[in-house]
Every structure is written in C-alpha cells, then in structure tokens.
Design a protein around this ligand. Structure first.
Ligand SMILES: [Fe+2]
Ligand SMILES: [Fe+2]
Length: 199
C-alpha cells in the first residue's frame, strides 16, 4: 500500500478511538480503559514506523524538511511521555481524563500538520513506485513495532531500529505486569464497593 495512504488510515483509526473516548460517559471506567489501551497501542506503533521510515526518508529527500521533521519528533516525544504516564494510572484517577484531553489536542494538531503539509510535500518528491515500496516496508514493520511507548529510546536511525527489537521484548513483560495490576485493582474495588465493580 502507498505509504502516505497507510499512515493516513492510521490517523483515521486514532481519530475514531478519540471520538469514542469523548463519547464515553464520565463513569465508563472500563470502556475508557479499553479505548486508552487501544490509543496507546496504535500511537506507539504509528510513531515507531514514522520514525523508522517516513521521517528519515523525508530528511534524505530534502534539507528543507529538516526543521519540520525535527519538530514532529519533539511532538512524538511529548506524546510518548504522556502515553507512558497514562499507562501507570487508571481512568478512575483524576489526572487521567485531563491527560487524555491534552494528548488528543496535541495529536490532532500533529496529524493536521502531517496531512496538510508534510504528506503533500512528500507526494511531490516521491513517485508512486517509491511510495509503494516505503508502504510495504512500513506494513511489515508494523507487525514488529513496539506496542507501548518508549519516550527515552532513540527515535532516529540507526539507534531506533536496534531499540525496536529490545522494546518488543520489554513490551511483552509490560503487558503481563499491567494485566496483573489490573486484576488486582479490580479485586480491591470489588471488596470495597461491590456495586461499582460490576461496571
Ligand atoms: Fe507523526
Ligand atoms: Fe502520523
């Protein structure tokens, strides 16, 4: 698939999750957790493939894109830091919703800049065969990309490619720990307030 089409599809997926999160009621803790988990997963994978493939390609094609890509990397970095914080708290925490709101605002701004500015510029610099090759590489990399945020890991080549493999290993451990923490929390909530825990 065309690289820019693939990334734009990812953007729409994230937007759908954001809208569903905004529609979820204040007390829909379980639903918000499920949606936030999906957002964390989708954005971690998406950021990783842009950092591995799209951004280095853009810089190679034109020096004029340097500052734009560097700004995008900073936006990714801040988003990953927020995602990592969201992983540590639950939607019952008073800081959760505000963090999600700020994250959504920032990501929507970032997506708009990519779709309105960076992607059209790349479309002018690359032909459809180049975009197809890049898209195929991204599709393959999506299957191996980290599913959790790693804000302190390198985000430019060659460091980010080595760390992707390590991130994948760390992520499987994280999923295990998160699953255990969640069931423990559910057990405590059930004991303290049986009516609430059924939601
Ligand atoms: Fe991006
Ligand atoms: Fe993007």
């Amino acid at each position: 698939m065309d690289a820019l089409k693939l990334l734009t599809q990812d953007h729409r997926t994230v937007e759908r999750l954001f809208k569903a999160y905004e529609r979820a009621g204040d007390r829909a803790i379980k639903e918000k957790q499920r949606l936030a988990d999906e957002v964390i997963r989708e954005l971690s994978i998406h950021a990783s493939i842009e950092e591995q493939f799209l951004y280095p390609t853009a810089r190679e094609l034109s020096d004029k894109l340097d500052s734009q890509v560097l700004e995008a990397l900073e936006e990714h970095h801040l988003a990953k830091a927020t995602l990592a914080e969201l992983e540590k708290i639950s939607p019952g925490d008073e800081r959760f919703d505000p963090k999600m709101t700020v994250l959504m605002e920032n990501i929507r701004h970032h997506i708009e800049e990519e779709e309105e500015d960076l992607f059209p510029k790349l479309k002018r610099l690359m032909d459809s065969a180049d975009l197809a090759v890049l898209g195929e590489a991204m599709e393959a990399a999506k299957k191996l990309a980290p599913t959790h945020p790693h804000p302190m890991a390198p985000d430019t080549p060659p460091g980010n490619i080595v760390s992707e493999a390590l991130a994948k290993i760390l992520d499987s451990g994280k999923d295990l720990v998160r699953g255990t923490a969640r069931s423990a929390r559910r057990a405590v909530t059930a004991r303290l307030n049986p009516a609430r825990s059924s939601r």
